[in-house]
Design a protein around this ligand. Structure first.
Ligand code: TYM
Length: 333
């Protein structure tokens, strides 16, 4: 196995699809961890544009969203001096290894994936959606990743990644490292504000179901105000009897750093109204600096960061792919 870099730090790779509705679920479930782990890990932060096209995209929107999400990652605190920030489609090794991994994956395993099962109900499902997890496995394996911080919905894909690494290694010799997911219990599944039984999702038809990272303070206050609550009026944590308030409390806790018990104590003699008012303040306080940094970034500076990221990522990805192809019997180029 080729060490990805001379550095002794553990390697973290994770990805996010370019979307205009990048929401607090994406932030709390994944990106916040990438930013924090820059201190201890070598971070590869990828914009998964090839995954985005498994649902048809308008070219100009894909282009705009790719740059927009790159800007957001920087605004959230990813530091291009420490971390490699790059766009998936700019590294051809991803699709090439993805193809090789497809040839090791029984169709049945892909059909079992929860995300595929949920999405395939929609009309016009594409082959790319079925093969989505093998491309994701390639993303992870190319960088010898140790750890992949994600929300709960991606765990199954990382399990498949481990299976594919084992399969390749058993068949062709030790090549890939088996990665582990890193999932924070409290924020791995941020629920929709209009329905606490559903995951907060960027594809929701109701914009009031999510808080986008770039929502204006007034919009955030409004959305929190109309977020569904449970019967009763105590601010108490109980996932079964109070799923809506419990979701809002987890969001409060993640943005403020205050524990759930402390939140209960703070609002013990207050009702939902006051809690929601404070929650909106906490969120506006946390998101405003991100939004300010976002507005200050120029397209040119983001493109420079991505170019640098492409160079650094390609070096490692190409090396791993070359080794894997050699082991599998392909002629050297
Ligand atoms: P994507 O773009 O759907 O989501 C990005 C990250 O946000 C997490 N997430 C959530 N976490 C908590 N609560 C929610 N409601 C919520 N919604 C989304 C996701 O779990 C994810 O961590 N397939 C990936 C992108 C990808 C990738 C990779 C990730 C491509 N290659 C390699 C890791 C490693 C996706 O579509 O994420």
């Amino acid at each position: 196995m080729i060490p990805a870099e001379k550095s002794k730090k553990q390697i973290l790779l994770s990805g996010v699809q370019p979307s205009g509705n990048f929401h607090i679920g994406n932030y709390l479930g994944a990106i916040k961890q990438w930013v924090e782990m820059q201190k201890t890990h070598r971070v590869f932060a990828m914009i998964a544009d090839l995954h985005a096209i498994t649902i048809p995209q308008e070219p100009e929107i894909l282009y705009k969203n790719t740059l927009g999400v790159a800007k957001l990652l920087l605004a959230c605190g990813l530091d291009p001096k420490k971390s490699v920030i790059f766009v998936q489609s700019q590294i051809p090794a991803h699709t090439e290894l993805g193809w090789i991994l497809n040839t090791l994956t029984p169709i049945g395993e892909l059909e079992r994936m929860t995300q595929f099962k949920e999405k395939k109900e929609k009309a016009g499902v594409l082959a790319g959606l079925l093969n989505y997890p093998t491309l994701m496995a390639a993303d992870i394996l190319l960088y010898n990743s140790d750890i992949v911080p994600v929300g709960e919905d991606q765990i199954q894909h990382i399990e498949l990644t481990r299976t594919l690494a084992r399969k390749f290694n058993a068949r062709f010799g030790e090549t890939f490292k088996e990665p582990k997911e890193y999932v924070l219990k409290e924020t791995s599944r941020v629920m929709a504000l209009d329905d606490p039984t559903k995951k907060m999702s960027k594809s929701s038809a109701n914009p009031a179901s999510y808080i986008a990272l770039l929502d204006e303070p007034e919009t955030i206050r409004k959305k929190i105000q109309i977020a569904v609550t449970d019967s009763g009026k105590e601010v108490a944590y109980d996932e079964i009897t109070k799923p809506a308030i419990s979701n809002l409390m987890r969001i409060y806790s993640a943005f403020s750093g205050i524990g759930l018990k402390e939140i209960e104590a703070k609002f013990s003699d207050k009702g939902y109204g006051e809690f929601k008012h404070d929650l909106a303040d906490v969120m506006v306080g946390a998101l405003t600096p991100i939004q300010k940094r976002y507005s200050a970034l120029t397209e040119a500076s983001v493109k420079t960061v991505l170019k640098k990221g492409q160079k650094a990522a390609a070096k490692i990805a190409d090396r791993t792919l070359t080794e894997a192809k050699k082991k599998a019997g392909f002629l050297a180029t």
